[in-house]
Design a protein around this ligand. Structure first.
Ligand SMILES: *[C@@H]1O[C@H](CO)[C@@H](O)[C@H](O)[C@H]1NC(C)=O
Ligand SMILES: *[C@@H]1O[C@H](CO)[C@@H](O)[C@H](O)[C@H]1NC(C)=O
Ligand SMILES: *[C@@H]1O[C@H](CO)[C@@H](O)[C@H](O)[C@H]1NC(C)=O
Length: 425
């Protein structure tokens, strides 16, 4: 009888574990922020019915197939979070700073109420710990700033331009748009605000890309809401020099790119900024059009181009996120239609030949010098793997036989022991 209990425990525990694994996929969402830490692509918050405090990451260290992405959940944020921005510390390559954004406290499973908590959160990706760090000289006008994108330079200085303190028409009936440049030095946790000349417009919902020259390139976004919305021109790119704290306008040539907001952007090694998707509004402020185009800005020549694309295209996406991992632009989540449908899917563009792909293969070490020794090692390790698999199959067969036998013999007893939903054979 004891054996019977062991088998039942195995079946119940095993099936519950299986159930949990199957559930380990984030729900559809948009407005999240995302940061690549080594081989983990993290996603923070986003709106999934209500603003989410969830943290998910994709493990990119092994092969990936977009139909079963390698999702893992991490320790939740202290607050629900959307329309914020995040960046990785270049000092330890493991601490992520979340700046601004809308922060929410859940009041029930289906509602959340906005509550200003902190303008900066810190996530230690090694220990999965959250903290709201103390900041010197914080500028209170930055409180609840959102619809922004931060960049961080190699010395650990974060730059955040503009944004708005608009949350919704009830929470902030009176709101502002900003054109200031805020910086946070993470080595001293010191804040600083530079007010900008009037000629620098107060854009939000843009993308910000830091070039190796120290120039931050701001693409897209707009100023004002609804009928007064004025889009940032794609033919006149605003750029901020982080060395001299000066703005300049870069006239572009080449393809005509339609102005937009809430698109995504990544920087390639060769200095190309690749943008994807985004949205356009009608005069009453409703999203009317979602983009599904790819455009490339060469930041050496300031020429826009539209590459020929092959493979199965991603759908239109807006309020999504994008990251560059090796030669792959990985798009995740976001709205897929103007009627607020949102997704939990990921899409991958191979930027070497602008091909949509469905898999990333685990990198293989190709070293002709010692490939023969690799081969020898592989052969011996293959032998052990073979023995391991063989023994595994034998054990599994015995276990299945025993389980099968007792199921057959004890049909009635099983129904009592196994609770609904956990029993799965
Ligand atoms: C990715 O997974 C799907 C579903 O399991 C499968 O049909 C497809 O063949 C896989 N793709 C590759 C390249 O392995
Ligand atoms: C694109 O390049 C990858 C290698 O980076 C290659 O495997 C793939 O076949 C190429 N696709 C096309 C359509 O050329
Ligand atoms: C052999 O390959 C390893 C990586 O697998 C590398 O570290 C080592 O330098 C290579 N040896 C030679 C002689 O190329």
């Amino acid at each position: 009888m004891k054996l019977l209990y062991y088998v039942f425990f195995f079946v119940i525990f095993g099936s519950r574990y299986f159930f949990v694994i199957c559930q380990n996929v984030p729900s559809p969402r948009y407005q999240q922020t995302s940061t690549l830490v080594g081989t983990r692509l993290y996603f923070f918050g986003g709106v999934s019915i209500i603003p989410s405090n969830e943290v998910w990451y994709l493990d990119l260290s092994s092969s990936l197939n977009i139909s079963t992405p390698p999702w893992h959940s991490d320790v939740v944020m202290p607050v629900g979070y959307n329309f914020g921005t995040s960046c990785l510390s270049p000092i330890d390559n493991s601490t992520v700073f979340l700046i601004g954004g809308r922060t929410w406290m859940a009041t029930s499973a289906t509602t959340a109420d906005y509550s200003y908590t902190s303008s900066v959160y810190k996530f230690d990706s090694k220990t999965s710990q959250w903290a709201a760090p103390a900041i010197n000289n914080f500028n209170s006008s930055f409180t609840s700033r959102n619809l922004i994108k931060a960049v961080i330079d190699n010395n650990g200085k974060i730059f955040i331009f503009g944004g708005t303190n608009f949350i919704n028409s009830i929470k902030t009936p009176i709101y502002n748009f900003y054109n200031d440049m805020n910086t946070l030095d993470i080595t001293t946790m010191t804040w600083s605000t530079q007010t900008q000349p009037q000629s620098v417009l107060d854009y939000f919902a843009y993308t910000a890309t830091l070039l190796s020259s120290g120039l931050i390139v701001y693409i897209g976004g707009h100023s004002g809401l609804n009928a007064s919305a004025s889009y940032n021109r794609m033919a006149q790119i605003q750029a901020f020099d982080t060395k001299f704290y000066t703005w300049s306008t870069k006239p572009t040539s080449g393809s005509t790119i339609v102005p937009r907001r809430h698109h995504s952007a990544v920087l390639t090694q060769s200095g190309n900024i690749i943008i994807y998707g985004g949205e356009a509004l009608d005069s009453s402020g409703n999203v009317t059009y979602l983009f599904s185009d790819i455009a490339v800005l060469n930041t050496n020549s300031w020429v826009w181009s539209v590459p020929g694309i092959s493979g199965t295209s991603a759908p239109p996406l807006t309020q999504h996120s994008a990251a560059l991992y090796k030669n792959y632009m990985i798009l995740a989540f976001g709205m897929t239609s103007a009627s607020n449908l949102y997704t939990n899917k990921i899409y991958i563009l191979d930027i070497q030949n602008y091909t949509w792909v469905t898999t990333i293969n685990k990198p293989t070490t190709t070293n002709p010098d010692n490939s023969s020794t690799d081969q020898a090692n592989n052969n011996s390790s293959n032998l052990y793997i073979g023995i391991g698999i063989g023994m595994g199959i034998v054990i599994l067969a015995v276990v299945l036989f025993v389980i099968g036998y007792f199921i057959y013999k004890n049909r009635h007893k099983q129904e009592i022991i196994a609770t609904p939903g956990t029993y799965n054979i």
